[in-house]
Design a protein around this ligand. Structure first.
Ligand SMILES: [Zn+2]
Length: 112
């Protein structure tokens, strides 16, 4: 059993690895998109195993249904919706899933 200090260390390393995998996925996308999807898969596995959340800014970079890496204008569509609660709608063109991001949440993120 790991002590609290060790658990924090494991989680910090896990988040670093997740960030790195997303960087690689981003870089590899135009060369081999299948590899990018694989990196997302690996990042998810690390997150699950170490019980960490994928950082907020990375969560919109992949589809939450088919877990594919998303690149706006290539395999996803990003739309700003002003109706009712203004939000950003990201449509995955691989499986058709729509993710909605609240603008209030994004604003708060920017202020931090
Ligand atoms: Zn999808």
């Amino acid at each position: 059993m790991l002590c609290k200090k060790q658990r924090i260390k494991v989680k910090t390393i896990a988040i670093e690895r997740i960030k790195r995998l997303f960087e690689m996925a981003d870089y590899m996308f135009h060369i081999n998109s299948e590899l990018s999807h694989r990196y997302v898969e690996l990042a998810r596995r690390i997150a699950m195993r170490c019980k960490v959340r994928i950082p907020r800014e990375l969560r919109r970079k992949f589809c939450h249904r088919c877990y594919r890496f998303l690149r706006p204008g290539v395999n996803c569509r990003v739309r700003l919706v002003k109706r009712r609660e203004p939000h950003i709608a990201i449509t995955c063109l691989e499986c058709g899933n729509v993710m909605r991001l609240n603008l209030e949440g994004l604003k708060r993120e920017g202020e931090r």
